[in-house]
Design a protein around this ligand. Structure first.
Ligand code: SF4
Length: 608
């Protein structure tokens, strides 16, 4: 350990690796029956900002027979040090290597973290492939949004949790404790685990392929369900919520209390995976949220509360909640922030509530530059809505507005792209007219590259090639006046994301080849190598374009066909058809389109 004390200060941000944060949970490892390392496959700053990590860390530690610790992906300097010094990756609480745990629980938040999972397993002293880990090795489980297509990671993970983790995690902990008590083999444990709703063990499923490379069938072994349906928490008021969250020692991306207003989304934007996979909407009451907010403030000393959800302004009692929280926040000089506001519901009343404590930049997401394309993607936002929201913001003293768009959306034309520039110029002109020259109005246009995702109406679409994305970005750059700040996502990382998002089980070999050739931290531009990934796919007889840039037929067996987000494929296809007809769909509060998600609720009816 003395050697470590010498080495850690030589690293960038050593606080990432030492633990000891306020509210970190310490237990006696000899007094618990199950040791879990919650593994976030990205840096400490990203992982510690993630609400799901806080929830599952707290929830598992509430169980007296479990000690849950944390591990994060090391930055490159730390990895070099670990490999040079022959030290294993350790968990922050005990300092024990990952190989000492009973369970490693990964969260897969985005596809570009996949090589980090392999790297963490390897640095932890474990075989990366599930088949190479014997009965004595930790069981490796994973959940999170990417688990909705688990296939590219199927070779590395023993068990996936599909959907929301709170209830099924507690059930799995009971099962793993029973495994220890009864000495079940890994195979026996997996067979029992898949009897729990929402649990998928890839080794119990065989995938066959057609000659053209598409999936022919996914066959479940006897005893495993043919289709695994996601889990949801029905009652958000009674489910566990961490009111004593960890307070990081070093700066992290989101360093604040996060209150989760609701899960699901009423909107049905056709590109949005979360909008479909988290259906149906379930809300927390104002009373619960205020109690959670005040308890968290007292337990942490934080100075900001963020109200989170997929679309915060769709929380019906939002103004009442803000008023209830603001009384306390103002007394304590605590700020309230509301990300994810829709432009069509950004009102003066809401603005005054947020602004009464602290003012920060405002972001609106029209997503597409023309009304036509916004109908295609079902954004249901008019130019008038956007101008009204921006006008309200400028009148209220805000100087800077960020507009978020996607390029490469299905049916997109040059006119749609030009519409992005037109909108930005109109917003800028409005700002100058409203705020005046002296206030220095700023408008930023930020464009992401559209990535078709599983379980959405666009899951069958071809993604634009890297060259086409680059042309579109250049087209837009040429049209935006110099007063507008323009930011865009790198096309090659989005294209890899597209290939991994809709990959099948064979893609796992490419992920391994990429990692072996040095790919890790792929979500960081300074670490990403497009060339290495293309080579890795080619070395396995695969291509990124097959997965990213290919239109699928309606009847093609998709690699995730055996995973159900509880939204019917027929509904997704109908929405795709409406997209091509340029027809918007009503939101869940206006009219239920019978997507299938209500089956998960007691009584089978959504309340929106
Ligand atoms: S069942 Fe109806 S109301 Fe419920 S999520 Fe689906 S479309 Fe929306």
């Amino acid at each position: 350990m003395n050697r470590l004390e010498d080495l850690l200060p030589t690293l960038r941000k050593p606080a990432r690796y030492v633990g000891g944060e306020y509210n970190a949970v310490m237990k006696n490892k000899d007094a618990v029956e199950l040791r879990v390392a919650f593994c976030f496959p990205d840096t400490y700053e990203i992982g510690m900002s993630h609400l799901g990590t806080r929830i599952l860390y707290g929830l598992m530690n509430e169980l007296d027979f479990v000690w849950c610790e944390r591990a994060f992906a090391p930055w490159t300097d730390m990895e070099t040090m670990l490999r040079t010094e022959r030290l294993p990756l350790w968990a922050l609480e005990s300092g024990d290597p990952l190989s000492a745990f009973d369970v490693l629980a990964f969260t897969l938040q985005y596809e570009l973290s996949y090589t980090n999972v392999l790297n963490m397993l390897d640095l932890g002293g474990l075989p990366i492939r599930a088949a190479d880990r014997d009965d004595a090795a930790p069981l490796v489980i994973a959940g999170g949004p990417c688990a909705f297509n688990p296939e590219p990671m199927a070779d590395f993970i023993d068990l996936f949790v599909i959907g929301e983790g709170e209830e099924v995690t507690a059930e799995l902990m009971d099962l793993f404790r029973a495994r220890r008590r009864h000495g079940w083999s890994k195979a026996e444990t997996l067979r029992r685990a898949v009897l729990l709703e929402g649990v998928y063990a890839p080794s119990l499923y065989a995938v066959s392929y057609r000659e053209d490379g598409a999936v022919a069938a996914v066959a479940a072994q006897p005893g495993a369900p043919a289709r695994v349906t996601k889990r949801i928490v029905r009652d958000l008021d009674s489910v566990y919520f961490p009111v004593k969250p960890l307070v990081p020692n070093t700066e992290v991306v989101h360093d604040r209390i996060m209150l989760e207003l609701f899960r699901g989304c009423i909107r049905g934007c056709r590109f949005c995976q979360a909008g479909f996979t988290t259906r149906p909407v379930r809300t927390r009451s104002v009373e619960t949220l205020v109690r959670q907010g005040l308890t968290s403030l007292a337990a942490t000393g934080y100075e900001e509360i963020s109200l989170t959800s997929l679309s915060t302004s769709d929380y019906r009692p939002l103004e009442g909640l803000c008023d209830a929280l603001l009384g306390e926040c103002q007394k304590r000089r605590v700020g309230l922030s509301l990300p994810s506001l829709r432009a069509d519901s950004f009102s003066r009343a809401l603005m005054e509530r947020v602004q009464s404590v602290r003012k920060s930049g405002l972001t609106f997401a029209p997503e597409a530059g023309s009304a036509r394309l916004r109908d295609v993607i079902n954004k249901n936002l008019t130019e008038e809505d956007l101008m009204r929201a921006c006008g309200t913001a400028f009148e209220g003293g805000w100087n800077h507005v960020k507009l978020y768009f996607m390029c490469g959306l299905p049916t997109e034309t040059d006119e749609d792209l030009a519409g992005i520039a037109d909108l930005a110029h109109k917003v800028y002109a409005l700002g100058r007219a409203t705020a005046g020259r002296a206030r220095g109005v700023g408008v930023t246009v930020s464009t992401a590259c559209f990535v078709p995702k599983p379980h959405t109406p666009f899951q069958w679409e071809a993604q634009d090639s890297v060259a086409v994305f680059a042309e579109k970005q250049a087209f837009l750059r040429a049209r935006l006046r110099k007063q507008i700040t323009f930011r865009w996502h790198a096309a090659d990382t989005s294209f890899l994301e597209g290939a991994l998002a809709r990959g099948d089980r064979r893609v796992g070999a490419a992920v391994e080849a990429a990692w072996r050739s040095g790919c890790r931290l792929d979500g960081w531009s300074e670490c990403f190598s497009s060339e290495a990934w293309h080579k890795a796919f080619a070395s396995c007889g695969l291509s990124l374009a097959f997965y990213a840039a290919r239109t699928r037929a309606e009847d093609e067996v998709l690699p995730w066909a055996h995973i159900s987000a509880s939204v019917d494929n027929a509904h997704l296809w109908r929405e795709r058809t409406r997209a091509y007809a340029g027809t918007a769909s009503p939101n869940c509060r206006e009219h239920c389109l019978g997507c299938g998600a209500s089956r998960l609720l007691a009584g089978g009816v959504c309340d929106g």
